[in-house]
Ligand binder design. Structure first.
Ligand code: NAD
Length: 260
């Protein structure tokens, strides 16, 4: 048996679907005890059941990651159940409302930034009291969008949130180094998930004028979108001791999409 995060406690946000779900399954397979954090939704319950069916341990803490009181509670539940937190995968995110800047409402901005960026801050902030005594690893899901590549119209709020996550990860890596907590950001390209369900284009998006040529098969490596399992392999590496000297960095996982 080659379990790479055996007996570690891993909190995963956005764990009910897509990248978070794949990471939860993968870390559980490698011996971690999993705390699934997501909105109240049957998908999270299904993920929990799938982990248990495979012989793993998992609990679900229904949480809106933009709600400070609830995030604090979820981290307390995690620590109460499993004794502390070793791994935090801050991954919950939405594309949110897509609109040209002059049509993007302040509430749309707040919602997108609230889940993606503030949600990341809150998850780290409230996990820390349960991590500092043990050391550990924090992985933050950013995106090629906002950091290296234009990926869609009307995504100024999303892009700002994703760039903000990378800056936050670097500062957190510095601040937390003396606790032996590593912090890294990952930047996926297009991945086949359910994020379309949290994508709300406005009609005005069509008014945006940016000359864009979309190359055919826009991921050179495999000529298709990535699979959540491929991202989960990276998360496992960054969460495990195999990456013990890696902190404050950003890893792109996009089949070279962002180089086009
Ligand atoms: P997904 O929609 O399949 O999964 C995201 C999960 O986050 C869902 O289960 C959703 O319920 C949860 N979530 C949304 N808002 C929440 C909130 N307020 N509180 C708690 N949970 C919440 O999408 P995904 O593609 O797996 O997204 C995961 C991360 O990957 C996001 O941060 C996203 O920005 C990032 N990402 C995705 C892609 C892609 O192409 N799919 C590319 C780059 C980055």
């Amino acid at each position: 048996e080659n379990q790479r995060v055996k007996n570690k406690v891993a909190v995963i946000t956005g764990a009910g679907s897509g990248i978070g779900r794949a990471a939860a399954m993968k870390l559980a397979e490698h011996g971690a005890k999993i705390v699934l954090v997501d909105l109240l939704d049957e998908r999270s319950e299904k993920t929990r059941q799938a982990i248990r069916d495979a012989g793993g341990e998992a609990i679900f803490a229904d949480t809106d990651v933009s709600d400070p009181a609830r995030v604090e509670q979820a981290m307390q539940e995690a620590a109460k159940q499993f004794g502390g937190i070793d791994i935090l995968f801050a991954n919950a995110g939405v594309n949110g409302t897509l609109a040209p800047i002059q049509h993007l409402e302040p509430e749309d901005w707040d919602r997108t930034l609230g889940v993606n960026l503030k949600g990341t801050f809150l998850s780290v902030k409230y996990a820390l009291p349960h991590m500092t005594a043990r050391g550990g690893s924090i992985v933050i899901t950013s995106s090629i969008n906002g950091n290296r590549k234009f990926t869609g119209f009307g995504m100024s709020a999303y892009s700002a949130s994703k760039a903000g996550q990378v800056a936050f990860a670097k500062m957190a890596a510095l601040e937390l180094a003396h606790h032996r907590i590593r912090v890294n950001a990952i930047c996926p390209g297009a991945i086949e998930t359910n994020i379309g369900q949290n994508t709300h284009p406005t009609p005005e998006v069509n008014d945006i004028k940016i000359p864009v040529i979309y190359p055919e098969g826009n991921q050179p490596l495999e000529r298709r979108a990535g699979h959540p399992n491929q991202v989960a392999d990276l998360v496992l590496f960054l969460a495990s001791d195999e990456s013990s000297h890696i902190t404050g960095t950003t890893v792109y996982i996009d089949g070279a999409e962002s180089l086009l």
